[in-house]
Ligand binder design. Structure first.
Ligand code: HEM
Ligand SMILES: [Cu+2]
Length: 562
């Protein structure tokens, strides 16, 4: 494989540019290069975003007006369930694997991930798991239509006959294996392949977030897979793990699912927080405020994130509400530390309003809304009145869409030049940002208000005219999000071939991925700068400031030791 990568440099507009990946199909099918694997994850994830987005569009079109029913109940439930499973397991998790695969080895100054072959396997399990899960639409009875928790008794073979749930469980188990293998790869790469001088406390914040995310994934995904296996055995081999008539317990399934489900939201969010922690210092021209505090906040969120799962079960009456309310509210503290660190980093900075920075700031404001409504839901008394309403749907979409999707957009505008050697169109990017900022707030704020007004989730239609206007607003907002995503995809397709040449370090950034060419050679680096802080490239470019900063922090560390 290596031999095909040594390509002649060609001069474009006076800048030496490597020809990006004119690899053969066989190269792509057999590659173990983390950069190529990252690009395959990226493309696969965008394709599934289109699938999951189309499902969301269908759902919103049906809910636009009361009494609208172009999808019957079962079809609606299939489309809604698959929307969620596709968006979580086939769009966002592979997208995080894409960004992590491309950036982590480069930021560590490594030539690749620790286990390149396992890395390739982790990728190929994604299309396999995805096709298996979506093949439910082709089997008798249709795709899984029981909601994304797939919880019994609704999902047992009596109430969900046919193979839709079976293929969904099998597909999800394969996707779980992909993420677990990928996470082990990240953990070993981060612990073992850091360049000389890069101590853990000089590691870029993105890598720290990927590290904690991977620990959470290895911790929680096997539990989910065990729960899916128990449900599969109940459905197909007549066991009774979750059958109360035979001594089983459906509440047990909910514990198992949410023991994974809540850490899952941090598996989705921490990497995005890592992305934002790269973008804000670079475009504020300041080091990250409170680097150490940020690292400990990330570790605290990871640890606390494993202790709150039953806040999804407040209304079952089967759990200790006070304990889980307390742990849930506690997470607001390290999250607040991060929000403060990002804001303080921008404070008095020389902010550059690039599209990537706009999406980072969009993440902050939207995540704030998602976070605060999460605090409301964490307090048992409020949750009792809004559980299973659109308030909850609005809340987690603020976190998963308005926040996570914005983070993905920011990451793409920031690292696309490193992946392709060309810049995305900034004008298009800024228009896209406005459209998506307005669209997400229309879609999900309207949903939150509908929830307060009592609209339950998972209904294929409604007959309450008072909910019409807000549902119309929510649907128009969803169409705007769709338009924004379309602009993003077209921007990438055009820029890949005709975007302005980026050069090695178009953003005047801080970390090692910008210390090599765009795109990098298959071996990543010809040479590495000395590493004395979490901003090695900045230190190299600004020796005085860098040295000063390094001296200052050494001073602080020294003072702290005494
Ligand atoms: C792009 C714009 C999106 C729109 C307009 C949208 C819309 C919706 C709507 C209306 C529902 C509720 C359906 C119901 O309760 O009947 C829903 C459910 C859901 N969505 Fe989205 N969504 C979007 C993106 C996403 C993304 C990016 C994710 C995850 C990464 C996601 C994850 C979910 C989940 C987990 C559910 C719950 C499904 C269930 O109740 O089982 N959505 N979405
Ligand atoms: Cu939760």
């Amino acid at each position: 494989m290596a031999t095909t990568e040594v390509r002649p440099e060609v001069a474009v507009g006076g800048v030496e540019v490597r020809q990006p990946y004119r690899a053969t199909v066989l190269d792509w099918l057999t590659t173990t290069d983390h950069k190529k694997i990252a690009i395959m994850y990226f493309v696969t994830s965008v394709v599934f975003l289109c699938v999951g987005g189309t499902f969301a569009g269908l759902v919103r079109t049906q809910l636009m007006q009361s009494g609208e029913r172009f999808m019957d109940g079962d079809t609606y439930n299939q489309v809604m369930t698959m929307h969620a499973l596709v968006m979580v397991f086939l769009f966002l998790m592979p997208m995080i694997a894409a960004i992590g695969n491309y950036v982590v080895p480069l930021q560590l100054g490594a030539t690749d991930m620790a286990f390149p072959k396992v890395n390739a396997l982790s990728f190929w399990l994604v299309p396999l798991g995805g096709i298996l899960m979506l093949s439910g639409f082709l089997v008798k009875g249709g795709a899984a239509s029981v909601g994304w928790y797939i919880n019994p008794p609704l999902s047992n073979s009596q109430f969900a006959p046919g193979n839709g749930v079976n293929v969904a469980l099998a597909g999800l188990a394969i996707l779980g294996a992909s993420t677990t293998l990928g996470s082990i790869n990240f953990i070993v790469t981060i612990l073992k392949l850091r360049a000389p001088g890069m101590t853990m406390m000089r590691m870029p914040l993105f890598c720290w977030n990927m590290f904690v995310t991977s620990l959470l994934a290895v911790f929680s995904l096997p539990v989910l897979t065990a729960g899916f296996a128990m449900l599969w055995i109940d459905r197909n081999l007549g066991a009774n793990f979750f059958n109360p008539q035979a001594g089983g317990d459906p509440i047990l399934y909910q514990h198992i699912f949410w023991f994974f489900g809540h850490p899952e939201v941090y598996i989705l969010l921490l990497p995005i927080m890592g992305v934002v922690s790269e973008l804000i210092p670079v475009f504020s021209r300041k080091p990250a405020f409170g680097y150490k505090a940020f690292v400990f906040a990330t570790l605290a969120i990871g640890a606390l994130g494993t202790m709150v799962w039953a806040h999804h079960m407040f209304t079952t009456g089967a759990i200790n509400v006070s304990f889980f309310a307390a742990t849930s509210l506690l997470i607001a503290v390290p999250t607040g530390v991060k929000m403060f660190s990002w804001t303080a980093t921008m404070w008095r900075g020389k902010v550059k309003w690039t599209t990537a920075m706009l999406f980072a700031i969009g993440f902050l404001s939207q995540f704030l809304i998602g976070g605060i409504t999460g605090v409301f839901l964490g307090s048992g008394s409020i949750d009792f009145s809004v559980h299973d309403t659109y308030y909850v749907v609005g809340h987690f979409h603020y976190v998963l869409v308005a926040a996570a999707l914005f983070g993905v957009m920011g990451a793409s505008y920031y690292w696309f030049p490193k992946m392709t050697g060309r810049l995305l169109n900034e004008k298009v990017g800024k228009v896209q940002w406005v459209i998506m900022f307005v669209g997400t707030n229309m879609t999900f704020m309207a949903q939150q208000i509908l929830g307060i007004k009592g609209m339950p989730r998972r209904i294929e239609t409604y007959y309450v005219p008072a909910w019409n206007t807000l549902n119309l607003v929510s649907t128009i907002g969803a169409y705007l999000i769709g338009l924004g995503l379309l602009m993003w995809i077209i921007n990438m397709l055009v820029a890949r071939k005709r975007g302005p040449i980026a050069g090695d370090d178009p953003w005047d950034a801080n970390t090692l991925e910008w210390a090599t060419t765009s795109p990098p050679p298959y071996y990543n680096f010809d040479a590495l700068p000395p590493i004395r802080s979490e901003r090695p490239l900045f230190d190299l470019k600004h020796p005085a400031e860098g040295a000063e900063d390094a001296a200052e922090s050494a001073e602080r560390e020294h003072a702290g030791a005494h």
